[in-house]
Design a protein around this ligand. Sequence first.
Ligand SMILES: [Zn+2]
Length: 258
Amino acid sequence: MTTLKAVLALMDFSDSHPRLIKYLARPIANAPVLSARLPVMVRAYMGATSFDIHDVDVENGRYGIGGVDEIMFGSELLRVLHLVLARMGPAEQERALYDIGFLTGYYEAKDAVRKGRWAPRVLVPLITSAGLLERVRSDPTMAEFLNKVLATESRIIINEGGWGSVEEFDFSSTPLRAVLANSQEAAWMGPSDSPVCHYFAGGAAGHASAITGEFFEGREVECAAAGARRCVFEMTPAVESEAELERREMAAALLALR
Ligand SMILES: [Zn+2]
């Protein structure tokens, strides 16, 4: 608990001194040699951007962040996936997009934790041990810490990844909530009579499931493509349906690959 309070004090200090972060902490976070030793989340908290933190291996054609391999796509991929999967019919298309989002979101978060380069070793158990949500709901310090971690992680992965602008990622609320402004998926798929961000809904649920260690299913309750100001996602404990069990099996198989 003392470690947590100290870390939170540091986070509060840096949040209230943006100029210090920009002109002093960010250059330190990106300094040669030192930057390679600092965990991804620490560098991000010191003001480093997603592009500062990514590793580019030109020779071998690999690109990634903190040991998690990535491939860059044009944002049109979202529309292409929607269009191609529409051949399956609307219900199957929605499920397929959701599953793609879930599996990739789940894998990325799990892979980041196991690669050991994302968070300081001493803090990993705080976030990944069982009963995270219970602790977040009963301890305001823990809730504040997790919300700050999620806000920083969202910035480097979602905002700086081109998905839209995260206004909220709240694991202390019931249901869990994510709010996304300027959703790229909504921009490609709108206007529409009903929510369209199926990929993002799956991604948010996959991420929440990986971090909390409990399986959640996500639902978009408001969507910018359907006229809302921003897209709102709610995540509730997953019902063990056939689709859910199949998703879990696929997630486990994916993680076993590498
Ligand atoms: Zn949406």
